[in-house]
Ligand binder design. Structure first.
Ligand SMILES: [Zn+2]
Ligand SMILES: [Zn+2]
Ligand SMILES: [Zn+2]
Length: 362
């Protein structure tokens, strides 16, 4: 983060006697004439333009004021002797400085209402122009726009009833499904068909879209298209970087003036690109299907740079009993060879008509 100086603004102090707000650099109250207290607290004004008073700004830049070690009077940091008692100020104590006083609010022409007479005064004013009463800091804001009310939820009860009915139906359905699933019947069936399917994946370079910073893009990448994106941020200004700053705030300079700063960082842009490249993957899958007990692998013609990949085999035995056909998978080619036409199998069938167990009996 870089702290950027926007300028200086005159702070305020509130008179403990009459509550009048006074300009930070003023040493006596404009309401009652009381002296600025030694342990004065400076506050940010409601709204204020940056100061154009060269003298005050120079004093703020010179350093925090010095309190005389003998009489306590505040003197500019540039003074050598106390303006009140003439004492040597090298023994004096510099005011605290550097703390954050608050957010800086530029003058937008907002108004402040007088608590005594109701008159609206510019936010920069400290006393009412009509009655002279000290002004507070409550900026008059227009009444907030009416927020749209959400539509009242309608049919809430109807929705509950439908929900309950649907829930009951789902429960009944699930119950029926589970009962069917676990109710099995055993029977003996004879093989009428044997089907197989074998496949081999063909591996090779597959075109894929990829993204990356321009210096990461492989040479010769196709269909390159780029746009500017933030790649990194820096604390200090960089050529071509975009400055991003936070809300301005005010620091106490110990002189009644505030130093208005904002923290900034610098976004460094670069080309972020989309391009086509290749990735090792499945280019194609060759499949061969057939019936009978002599399954074969499909033939594959490989282009240059391609290789054979994963092999898959599926075997299905089809049996018939009482004029109905059932089928079930067999995991290995050895098991499949048992699926000879006419052979007898003991099968268990669940309520959904699926074969859950099969075993050759002869
Ligand atoms: Zn006062
Ligand atoms: Zn003094
Ligand atoms: Zn008033």
């Amino acid at each position: 983060m870089t702290q950027k100086e926007l300028g200086y603004v005159e702070l305020e102090w509130t008179c403990p006697v009459c509550k009048t707000r006074n300009p930070g650099t003023q040493s006596t109250c404009s309401g009652c004439g009381a002296a600025q207290p030694e342990n004065v607290t400076f506050e940010t004004p409601v709204q204020a333009d940056l100061s154009e008073d060269k003298e005050k700004v120079e004093r703020a830049k010179a350093g925090p004021d010095i309190h005389c070690a003998f009489c306590g009077a505040r003197n500019p940091s540039t003074a050598k002797v106390c303006r009140q008692c003439g004492a040597d100020l090298t023994q004096g104590k510099a005011r605290e400085s550097g703390s954050v006083v608050g957010a800086y609010a530029p003058n937008t022409g907002a108004m402040v209402r007088c608590a005594s007479c109701g008159m609206e005064n510019p936010a920069a004013a400290r006393q009412c122009v009509r009655c002279g009463a000290p002004l507070g800091k409550d900026v008059v804001t227009p009444p907030p726009a009416a927020t749209p009310q959400p539509m009242p939820a309608s049919g809430g009860r109807m929705g509950m009833i439908i929900f309950a009915v649907v829930a009951v139906l789902i429960l009944i359905g699930a119950g029926w499904f589970l009962t069917s699933l676990f109710r099995t019947s055993a029977t003996t069936a004879s093989v009428v068909d044997a089907r197989w399917e074998r496949s081999i994946a063909i591996m090779g370079p597959v075109p894929v879209r990829a993204n990356g910073w321009r210096d990461e893009v492989p040479a010769g990448a196709a269909q390159l298209s780029c746009r500017q994106e933030v790649r990194s941020t820096s604390d200090s200004p960089q050529p071509g970087a975009r400055e991003v700053c936070g809300t301005p705030y005010t620091l106490d300079t110990g002189t009644g003036m505030g130093r208005v700063v904002q923290d900034c960082e610098y976004e460094i842009y670069d080309d972020y690109c989309s391009y086509m490249t290749t990735q090792w993957g499945i280019v194609d899958t060759v499949v061969r299907r057939g019936v009978g007990l002599a399954p074969e692998w499909p033939g594959a013609t490989l282009a240059s740079g391609q290789e054979l990949g994963e092999r898959n085999e599926r075997y299905v035995c089809v049996v018939a009993v009482d004029g109905k056909q059932y089928d079930f998978p067999l995991r290995t080619v050895d098991a499949y060879e048992q699926c000879e036409p006419g052979s007898q199998w003991s099968i268990s069938i669940n309520g959904l008509g699926d074969v859950v167990e099969a075993k050759r009996v002869e």
